[in-house]
Ligand binder design. Structure first.
Ligand code: ADP
Ligand code: MG
Length: 324
């Protein structure tokens, strides 16, 4: 199969709001009036971000989800995407489900797949997502204010535990394990929630590297600190049943890959936030407060400060073969 057959067969799809899509030297796109472009890229490297034998359908879907999540955290509406991919060989058994997963996720979010690049090489997936947001309305990291409540969507730590399961570090009920691995391999991007938070939330980020690590990015650029109530961090039924409480605490605070939104908002906004989260169909929980003293203090159920072993994932701080 030639490069161009491959592009035609697997990577070319109809579009709905694009002037010129796959097939030319560049795609042509046009934002709607009053909107500015939000653009973000994420790379997924085999052996680094995912196990090379990951189910290709799940991997295709997740390659787009993690990018959608970045736009969700900006309060931007995803509109277009490009996929650049290096593949060891043109294996249709792998390409077909991979492209199917990516395409289904694109359709689910009304995103046009407008181009990319395809080469041979060690498996490496790079996605660029392009969205629209009303000028001056993006949910930026530097907008947290003293006295804000800190919120997260969904439940936290499931994907980190999924990774521990795949590494055979923990073992318990099969259904709960499958749930956690599912959360690692098939996360959801909270796009609808992000869009509804525009005008209400102050700062936002998606939890990809760990709750404390990602929240710290907000705090640092906003010039503030935070206290977090460990007991208020939302936990799935699977983690509640998990017989490794120490590890559960660690993945909730420092595990990555949940792709939930963490955001801050004025306490006055509480009612509205609960209401819009209901409409978006994504539960949200208030987990702490923005305070003056820099850094994150985690308070346990007994009012004591809890210090996690690690803060989150950093590709260059931990140069091990560790997967994330
Ligand atoms: P160029 O030589 O100009 O880089 P290519 O031959 O790489 O163009 O690609 C031909 C067309 O196919 C371009 O429109 C490009 O955007 C598209 N394309 C290549 N790879 C992909 C892919 N993985 N997904 C979607 N479109 C792709
Ligand atoms: Mg090219």
């Amino acid at each position: 199969m030639s490069e161009f057959d491959l592009i035609r067969q697997f990577f070319t799809h109809p579009h709905s709001h694009t002037l010129l899509g796959v097939g030319d030297d560049a795609a042509l796109i046009q934002p709607r009036p009053g909107k500015v472009i939000a653009v973000s890229s994420d790379m997924l490297v085999a052996g680094r971000h995912f196990f090379p034998d990951t189910d290709p359908y799940r991997l295709g879907k997740k390659s787009l989800t993690v990018n959608l999540s970045d736009l969700a955290a900006m309060g931007a509406e995803p509109r277009w995407v490009t996929l650049s991919i290096a593949i060891p060989s043109a294996d249709p058994q792998w390409l077909k489900p991979f492209a199917q997963g990516f395409w289904e996720e694109a359709q689910a979010h009304r995103v046009d797949w407008v181009g990319g690049d395809t080469t041979s090489g060690p498996l490496n997936i790079s996605v660029t997502i392009i969205g629209e947001v009303t000028a001056d309305q993006a949910l930026r990291r530097d907008a947290a204010k003293l006295g804000d409540d800190i919120w997260v969507s969904g439940t936290i730590g499931d994907a980190g535990m999924g990774l521990a399961i795949l590494k055979n570090q923990v073992r318990w009920d099969k259904a709960h394990q499958d749930y956690c691995v599912g959360r690692l391999e098939q996360p959801s991007a909270r796009v609808e929630l992000g869009l509804r938070l525009v005008g209400l939330a102050h700062a936002a980020i998606d939890v990809s590297d760990g709750l404390i690590a990602d929240l710290s990015h907000i705090l640092k650029v906003s010039g503030v600190g935070a206290t977090l109530d460990l007991e208020h961090i939302p936990m799935s039924a699977a983690l509640k049943e998990c017989p490794y409480p120490g590890q559960v605490r660690e993945v909730m605070l420092s595990g990555g890959d949940d792709y939930e939104l963490c955001f801050t908002a004025s306490p006055d906004a509480e009612e509205s936030i609960l209401q819009l989260a209901g409409v978006a169909g994504t539960p949200v929980s208030k987990i702490g407060k923005v305070v003056e003293e820099p850094g994150v203090r985690v308070i346990d159920g007994k009012g004591k400060v809890f210090v996690p072993q690690r803060r989150g994932f950093d590709h260059f701080a931990e140069q091990s073969a560790q997967q994330q």
